[in-house]
Design a protein around this ligand. Structure first.
Ligand SMILES: [Cu+2]
Length: 279
């Protein structure tokens, strides 16, 4: 009876553990292009840079975990080995050159090891590759506008993207989306018309400030078609939380079709072609 009870209990325990692991692994699996409830990790990366960032971040977590364990072990060692009872007459040592050199050099080496992949990622992000598509992004209180400059017979329009509160995902959808082709280098030139905003796209692994009077630049190459959501990430005022970013990554053909459509659609709204031509 006792055995069967114990077995019963342990099987319940296993089931609970399984459920916990299952739920935590689903909590770890983040959404594509948008956050998910109970998400613990980054959103699924769709650019090489975003994947690099995720790998780098995971590595850092393990490193910090290892260092914490080491420090905890040292503390426990001191607590048990050098307490009043086990060590009634403490040593009066005040200096130990070897240890002092080691605890200076080793952290420096760790930081240098961390800096190498960090600077490498930063250098890639801030490099200036030849763009296939250029989009000018302007932050306003509290919406974004996008300009597609004239390129041959294409482009030459501008449009605003306001939050669409009727659409899902809630507060992440916009009435007009920025559209770019898949697998192409998209350069965004980011500025602001009023206060500082920040154009952030988690799935692309990037974020860049939109500063009035300054033109910031960033690029991405999305490897996967889909709809990706981001948000203004610089506290910019009352409706800061209501200026989402939606980027639709589509096939080259769909992009060409959208360009033609958009030129007519947005020119009809606010004479965007004339505005973009003037710049
Ligand atoms: Cu903002």
């Amino acid at each position: 009876m006792r055995t069967s009870q114990a077995q019963h209990r342990s099987s319940w325990g296993l089931a609970a553990l399984g459920a916990l692991l299952g739920s935590s692994s689903s909590a770890l699996a983040a959404g594509i292009g948008q956050p998910e409830p109970w998400q613990m990790n980054r959103q699924v990366p769709v650019t090489v840079e975003a994947a690099d960032l995720a790998t780098f971040e995971n590595g850092l977590h393990w490193l910090a975990f290892g260092i914490s364990l080491f420090v905890l072990a040292l503390i426990l060692y001191c607590v048990f080995k050098f307490n009043e009872k086990t060590n009634p007459t403490p040593s009066r040592t005040t200096h130990n050159t070897m240890i002092e050199v080691a605890w200076t050099i080793i952290p420096v080496l760790i930081l240098v090891a961390v800096a190498i992949p960090s600077f490498r990622t930063l250098r890639t992000q801030l490099s200036d590759p030849k763009a296939d598509v250029l989009v000018k992004v302007i932050g306003h209180a509290w919406y974004w506008s996008y300009e597609y400059p004239v390129e041959g017979d294409k482009g030459g329009f501008t449009f605003d993207a306001n939050v669409d509160e009727e659409q899902q995902p809630k507060l992440l959808a916009t009435d007009n989306d920025m559209v770019v082709p898949v697998g192409k280098i998209v350069k965004v030139q980011v500025t602001s018309g009023d206060v500082i905003h920040s154009w952030a796209m988690p799935s692309f692994g990037g974020k860049i400030d939109a500063i009035p009077g300054r033109l910031n630049q960033w690029w991405f190459k999305a490897d996967r078609e889909g709809t990706y959501h981001g948000q203004c990430s610089e506290l910019c005022g009352a409706r800061h939380a209501y200026m989402p970013i939606t980027v639709r990554v589509v096939s080259e053909q769909a992009y060409a079709e959208w360009l033609t459509e958009a030129k007519t659609k947005y020119a009809a709204i606010d004479n965007g072609a004339r505005l973009a031509d003037a710049r």
